[in-house]
Design a protein around this ligand. Structure first.
Ligand code: R1P
Ligand code: URA
Length: 371
């Protein structure tokens, strides 16, 4: 099987017969190598950051995502893993006729931003890594470098807590998300304080969430899309009710207790609540919705096969990108112009600002997954 290339592979590396796994490479270098180089450049040039309240480089790159105004669209598909961001960025077209690939920035902290066209509309795919703190970086730093209303769709993976959610389904958090937090005071006081605290739900943007579910049903069939409540946890293990002998987690009834409390609870993951909460607090400037692939069926203890996951990720990526590209949104008039100016003036592989991010030409050396 021939190696598939995307975004102008300049490495000249030979095709590897039978390669099945996606291996993200950036101009022939592994992601780890590029990250190490970025980190070295940051150490050399990090002195240029002056604002302690909202750190940015002299040329406007944010501290953790490493992007600046003109590199990020106000339509954002955000995903947890860098490899999912890389894979889905194959669905984007270059921003302008002179470009051979989407604009791509990998920050020294490992956040990847790829900006290109989907159905002729500028869209960014941004990895948010794992947990609410990283989602916080993603939302705030993208907001800081975009103009107009920002629309964000998270495409993640999750555990399915109860039927009708089943393995491989797309679980849309149309009823919003609650937050489940381990409360260390329960262990400190040991006086019956509940070991896990839960918040009230925060809602998504109703139009965006409904459009996502409708597009999912249209492309995959309604039997594969389930709408309900999501729970965002501060741990993959304890506060998702995973039990093990190494820690005193006091969580053996947590998942079933949550389902009793919230009969419409479908999914558990680690970021949606933070995204929806920030959108709620954005003074109306951010619209957000979330859809997660049921990767683990918690009630039957089954886990989705890797190849099936890749295929569903691609399908769900198309659904999310279609939804974002069709959303009626106040697009900044200056966005496309700025993007074109910057991309025309930028070499394909160079440091971004003070080295906080690196513009990258990325490609996969494996075949695309089955669709
Ligand atoms: C845990 O394995 C990670 O997977 C889920 C959780 O939210 C957490 O980030 O989502 P992603 O697949 O989008 O990362
Ligand atoms: N991600 C999570 O956070 N939990 C799961 O069970 C599966 C994916």
């Amino acid at each position: 099987m021939m190696r598939q290339r995307a975004f102008g592979d300049s490495s000249g590396a030979a095709a590897r017969p039978g390669a099945q796994q996606y291996r993200p490479r950036i101009r022939g270098r592994s992601v780890a190598t590029v990250k190490r180089r970025c980190a070295r450049l940051c150490v050399r040039a990090g002195r240029d950051i002056s604002d302690a309240n909202f750190p940015r480089t002299a040329d406007g790159c944010t501290y953790h995502l490493g992007t600046k105004r003109g590199q990020v669209s106000n339509r954002i598909l955000t995903v947890g893993s860098v490899s999912r961001a890389e894979m889905l960025s194959k669905l984007l077209q270059p921003l302008a006729p002179g470009m051979t690939q989407p604009l791509s920035v990998l920050s020294s902290r490992g956040f990847l931003t790829a900006t290109g066209l989907y159905n002729g509309v500028p869209v960014s795919i941004v990895s948010h890594l794992m947990g609410i703190a990283n989602m916080d970086f993603m939302v705030r730093e993208c907001r800081a470098v975009t103009d107009g209303t920002m629309a964000v769709v998270r495409l993640g993976t999750c555990g399915a807590l109860q039927p009708p959610a089943k393995l491989g389904d797309l679980l849309v958090a149309s009823a919003g998300a609650i937050f489940v937090r381990r409360d260390p005071d329960a262990w400190t006081l040991n006086d019956g304080t509940p070991p896990y605290a839960t918040s009230l739900p925060v809602l998504p943007d109703a139009e965006l969430s409904a459009a996502l579910a409708a597009e999912g049903a249209r492309q995959l069939g309604p039997q594969h899309v389930v709408e309900g409540l999501n729970a965002t946890a501060d741990s993959f293990y304890s506060s998702q009710g995973r039990v093990g002998g190494d820690f005193d987690d006091r969580n053996s009834t947590l998942a079933s207790d949550l389902c009793k409390l919230h009969p419409n609870l479908l999914s558990m993951e680690m970021e949606t609540f933070q995204m929806l909460d920030l959108a709620r607090c954005s003074n109306g400037s951010i619209r957000a919705a979330s859809m997660c692939i049921a990767l683990a069926e918690r009630y039957s203890n089954r886990f989705l096969e890797h190849n099936k996951l890749l295929a569903i990720e691609m399908a769900a990526g198309r659904i999310a990108l279609t939804t974002l590209s069709q959303l009626r949104l106040e697009d900044s008039a200056s966005f496309s112009k700025k993007l074109l100016e910057i991309s025309a003036a930028t070499p394909r592989l160079s440091t971004n600002g003070n080295g906080n991010g690196m513009l990258a030409s990325a490609f996969w050396d494996g075949p695309p997954p089955e669709r």
